[in-house]
Design a protein around this ligand. Structure first.
Ligand code: PMP
Length: 403
């Protein structure tokens, strides 16, 4: 007998299982549209040149060492990340009401933030969009939240935002519920609220005394413009909200495995900041003690050096415009070959993912019949499309929807 004989097997994580099946597939024209990681036109991962350059500079700098970072992280990094999110002119920055906590990428920021809200502030209920990134639920429940609820988001019939359902669900939410919001490039639908819709959302959040927790995983990566992709967060801050916002540098810096992230916290009362910081210090201390240095020091270096910052902005434009171009090409091919249905959502959606509208059965058919690997929900990662496979994917979609 073993201590572990009572352990039952947990459910597989869909994207990772999909990757494995893709890797084992020997079909020469197989296509991977599962995992959300950038690929070049040649289908290869991309280490940003500015990251390579910065790594060399840091490696050569004899004055840097491997001492522990502070529990709340590298201050030059958290300051730069907070400024990148809120903008230099933000009232919260000018009034010194915002600060950052370095985290294990976006996931870690969500976890530290939600654990603080559950265990220290005592909040119990959280809401996520239906559908959302599949990890939100697990993170918040593991952090100590008691109840997970969904707000309506995607309208499958119109392949668009269900704003009325969204607002109604917020109106019916209990006071003190935390609302997880995607500021841009909603994962998995690629469909964002308009500025006017954000204003309506903010109004209900204020009226109902709900707490907005933004999850910013794609700033700059979505539109190529850091300011545009942060619009919703900045709007809430200008309107005087207290917010949490997790930030990931996985996509926009291509630092997936370095786990560079930040939790930006905006508060109303400066006097309360030291108390909050002391409690978050205890949350981090008991979880992983202090964060890693490599990724955060690269981000910090680039964000604080005007020349490298320019170069990096060029990289995010390269990545976002390649994705936008693949959207155009996919839609064009689908229409050129006369695929039944309306495919305009492919180009109106934004960011890494697209909800194709294919159902579970069709998505499975795409994998089995055509070796095009995508999620059951019909989500595809636009990054996996290249000029050499987009036509094949369009043909596969056509065959699948007419099948
Ligand atoms: N939130 C959303 C919506 C995401 O899509 C992702 C990346 N898949 C993350 C958070 C966090 O990713 P990471 O922990 O790698 O930064």
């Amino acid at each position: 007998s073993s201590w572990f004989s009572k352990v039952i097997e947990g459910p597989p994580i869909e994207v990772f299982a999909l990757n494995k099946a893709y890797a084992e597939d020997t079909f020469p024209n197989k296509v991977s549209l599962g995992v959300g990681a950038y690929r070049t036109d040649e289908g290869k991962p991309w280490v940003l040149p500015v990251v390579r350059e910065t790594e060399k500079i840091l490696a050569e700098n004899e004055s840097l060492n491997k001492e522990y970072l502070p529990v709340l992280g590298l201050e030059s990094f958290t300051k730069a990340a907070t400024k990148m999110l809120l903008g230099e002119e933000s009232p919260a920055i000018i009034e010194d009401r915002a600060f950052g906590v370095q985290s294990l990428s976006g996931t870690g920021a969500l976890r530290v933030g939600s654990e603080f809200l559950a265990k220290v502030v005592g909040l119990k209920v959280f809401y996520y969009s239906k559908p959302t990134w599949e990890n939100h639920r697990l993170i918040f429940l593991n952090a100590g939240f008691e109840e997970a609820r969904e707000y309506r988001y995607w309208d499958p019939k119109n392949r668009n935002l269900d704003i009325n359902g969204f607002l109604e669900d917020l109106r019916n939410a209990p006071e003190n519920a935390v609302i997880i919001l995607h500021p841009c490039a909603h994962n998995p639908t690629g469909c964002d609220p308009t500025p006017d819709q954000w204003k309506q959302i903010a109004e209900v959040i204020r009226e109902r005394r709900l707490f907005p927790f933004f999850d910013s995983a794609y700033q700059g990566f979505a539109s190529g413009d850091l300011v545009k992709d942060a619009w919703a967060v900045r709007y809430f801050v200008e309107q005087g909200f207290e917010i949490f916002c997790s930030q990931s540098f996985a996509k926009n810096f291509g630092l997936y495995n370095e786990r560079a992230g930040n939790l930006t916290i905006v508060m109303n009362d400066v006097m309360e900041i030291p108390k909050v910081k002391s409690q978050i210090t205890l949350v981090v201390r008991g979880m992983y003690s202090n964060p890693p240095n490599h990724g955060s020091s690269i981000v910090s270096y680039v964000l604080s050096n005007p020349k490298l910052f320019e170069q990096w902005q060029g990289h995010i434009r390269t990545m976002s415009s390649r994705i936008i171009e693949m959207r155009k090409q996919l839609r064009q091919h689908l229409e050129d070959i006369g695929t039944p249905g309306d495919w305009s959502h492919i180009t109106s959606q934004i960011g890494m993912f697209s909800y194709t509208g294919l159902n579970e059965c069709q998505s499975e058919h795409m994998i089995k019949q055509h070796h095009v690997y995508m999620l059951k929900s019909g989500r595809i990662s636009m990054c996996g499309l290249t000029p050499s496979n987009v036509e094949y994917v369009a043909q596969a979609i056509k065959e699948t929807v007419t099948n």
